[in-house]
Write a protein that binds this ligand. Structure first.
Ligand SMILES: *Cc1c(COP(=O)(O)O)cnc(C)c1O
Length: 387
């Protein structure tokens, strides 16, 4: 008797439930913003990556609508076939100008930008050094590349140096990959030290700016600008879907590297070009990032205020070290985190529990927006003081 080859799925789901790792979606209604309607009820939104409040901005909506009317709903093909438009290049030039690089290339998502770039840059004879807390797209890009992968402890520059001094000579090319803002912790990679090590051991360095673009640095250029390293040679990957409020990913680097990716990155070559609406929305967002620094200033004021108040009034909450607009506090277990997340939701605060396997320890993740006002922040602190 042949056994049901799909029976294992039910068992696996049961295991996921038992561990309290089960995930499901929650339906949001209306425009995205500092408050949203979640399952029919208005909540203050501390769950989104829309740091500057641009996803629901009328200017992005208007420009996306015009682009659909002018260029259609879809790109119709790969950029190398029928899917390339002048607005794609315009967006790539705008990203390069924001990031102060020679050129850039847009992908259908940040995830695909990481997969495609890493697989194009290294292969079997090469070595990847990867921060232990890196985003899934970096980790899976590394696996897909077939390079040898060594993980180093989170942000541990000395451990990285030791691994390189032992291993570097055994490989052809070497690539160091790291989040710049760690997405589930909120801390920053030690960029100046990483640049130095990359130089010393002749390694390429790739940073993932998903949570830094539009947010960090005086002009919103990201982590390089924040650390005063603008112009350094490295590869910057990012997304159009967080502070830029649209959809898509990008790579910003030298003109040569971008030219190479157009010829060698499979997730760019063999996939449909970004839709006109996404391109137009992202382009409008970049202009706003450059023309309205007050949004960033407001965001950092909100972050500073919330941190200060939480440290003073809620000293028992175990805040993880953060230098970004992501603030996390740790909880002993996944069920605890779920319970706190549920409680917050019941009092009108949307701040999700993040559990293994996404992170090693369970936590509540609060992401702060430029468009949160004082009342929003006060309500959060009040709700937290009751747990
Ligand atoms: C969100 C995220 C991505 C993926 O970007 P998408 O455009 O949403 O696919 C990649 N890296 C990090 C660190 C992220 O947080």
């Amino acid at each position: 008797m042949p056994t049901n080859p799909y029976a294992w799925i039910e068992e696996s789901l049961a295991t996921i439930h038992r561990a309290d790792w089960y995930r499901s979606v929650q339906t949001v209604h209306g425009l995205p913003g500092a408050t949203v309607f979640l399952e029919g009820r208005e909540v203050i939104n501390f769950a989104s990556n829309d740091y500057l409040g641009l996803a629901g901005d009328q200017r992005l909506i208007a420009e996306a609508t015009i682009a659909i009317q002018e260029f259609g709903a879809g790109a119709t093909g790969s950029r190398l076939l029928s899917g390339h438009r002048e607005i794609h290049r315009e967006l790539e030039r705008a990203i390069a100008s924001l990031k102060q690089t020679e050129d850039s290339l847009v992908f259908s998502s940040g995830y695909l930008a990481n997969l495609g770039t890493i697989t194009a840059l290294v292969g079997k004879r090469d070595l990847i050094l990867s921060d232990q807390y890196n985003h899934s797209s970096l980790k899976n890009g590394a696996i897909l590349s077939s390079a040898e992968i060594l993980e180093y402890p989170h942000c541990d520059v000395e451990a990285l140096r030791i691994k390189l001094s032992q291993q570097r000579q055994n490989y052809r090319r070497c690539l160091i990959i790291t989040d710049s803002v760690f997405s589930m912790d909120g801390d920053l990679c030690p960029l100046p030290a990483l640049l130095e090590i990359a130089d010393e051991f002749s390694c390429m360095l790739l940073i993932d700016e998903a949570h830094a673009t539009g947010v960090l640095g005086d002009t919103g250029a990201g982590c390089l600008e924040h650390f005063g390293c603008t112009g350094s040679q490295l590869i910057q990957i990012g997304t159009l879907s967080k502070a830029l409020g649209s959809l898509g990913g990008y790579v910003a680097a030298s003109a040569n590297l971008i030219d190479f990716l157009r010829n060698r990155a499979p997730t760019w070559i063999y996939t449909t070009g970004l839709s006109p609406a996404d391109v137009a929305a992202a382009l409008t967002a970049i202009k706003i990032v450059q023309q309205e620094p007050q949004r960033r200033i407001q965001l950092w004021q909100n972050v500073a205020l919330l941190k200060q108040v939480m440290q003073q009034q809620l000293p028992k909450l175990k805040l993880l070290p953060s230098e970004s607009s992501i603030l996390c506090f740790q909880l002993p277990s996944a069920p605890d985190a779920l319970k706190v997340g549920q409680h917050l939701k019941s009092v009108g605060i949307f701040a999700p529990a993040i559990r293994p396997p996404t992170v090693p320890t369970s936590r509540i993740r609060i992401s702060i927006m430029a468009t949160h006002n004082l009342t929003h922040l006060e309500k959060l602190v009040k709700a937290l003081s009751r747990i």
